[in-house]
Design a protein around this ligand. Structure first.
Ligand code: AMP
Length: 191
């Protein structure tokens, strides 16, 4: 599918796409994910990730935010990241989706180096409809999402697709964090 943007996204229950197809009718659940890349052809890595997620079994890509360019955090001596948020609807269980995301990362030749260090592709599961869990392999909602503007700014654009998610002022949180963390829509022109 063609990724949708905020301006296409439903704004509330009155929107046909939400009320005509409640998540429960498909047996699938909505999931928000964060994509990031700061090595190689960053745009291509994000595009391949979106395509790979859309091709997962019993899964549909519902929406994708614009791509943002963001300054690295935690480990700052590395190239800038491109980040994007996507919303999918999937029949996969949370751990199966995690393993599928890790496979998508591997397909982009992701290697595990320094924690928070450079990577061709990072795929994080942010929020999984109806799921809260905390185990060594998978924590949901993602434990660091609320303190990262590079996650929340793109997420705010697709949050209109939320269904059965925690009540969160994603846009407000993103705006507050963006005062201190450099995030800007990526126009394809290197800074
Ligand atoms: P990262 O370096 O960001 O790719 O971290 C990946 C590690 O975080 C893996 O070992 C995952 O098992 C773990 N992890 C825990 N919660 C999540 C989540 N919500 N999404 C993705 N990875 C997670």
């Amino acid at each position: 599918m063609t990724p949708a943007r905020t301006d296409d996204a439903p704004s509330g229950a009155e929107d046909g796409r939400v009320t005509e197809r409640p998540c429960i009718a498909t047996g699938r659940r909505r999931v928000f994910l964060s994509l990031g890349s700061n090595l190689g052809d960053r745009v291509a890595h994000l595009a391949r990730a979106r395509d790979a997620l859309a091709a997962l079994p019993n899964t549909e890509l519902l929406a994708a935010s614009r791509v943002y360019e963001t300054a690295p955090q935690d480990v700052t001596d590395q190239p800038a990241f491109l980040n994007q948020a996507v919303c999918i609807e999937t029949g996969l269980a949370p751990r199966d989706l995690l393993h599928a995301c890790q496979e998508v990362e591997r397909a982009s030749h992701r290697t595990r180096g320094r924690r928070f260090g450079p990577r061709t592709l990072d795929v994080d599961i942010l929020v999984f409809q109806g799921v809260e869990m905390d185990d060594p392999e998978l924590t949901l909602p993602h434990p660091r999402m609320l303190r990262r503007a590079f996650v929340l700014a793109p997420l705010a654009e697709v949050w209109g697709w939320a269904c059965g998610m925690p009540e969160l002022d994603v846009a407000g949180l993103a705006a507050a964090l963006a005062r201190d963390q450099a995030v800007r829509p990526y126009d394809g022109v290197e800074a």
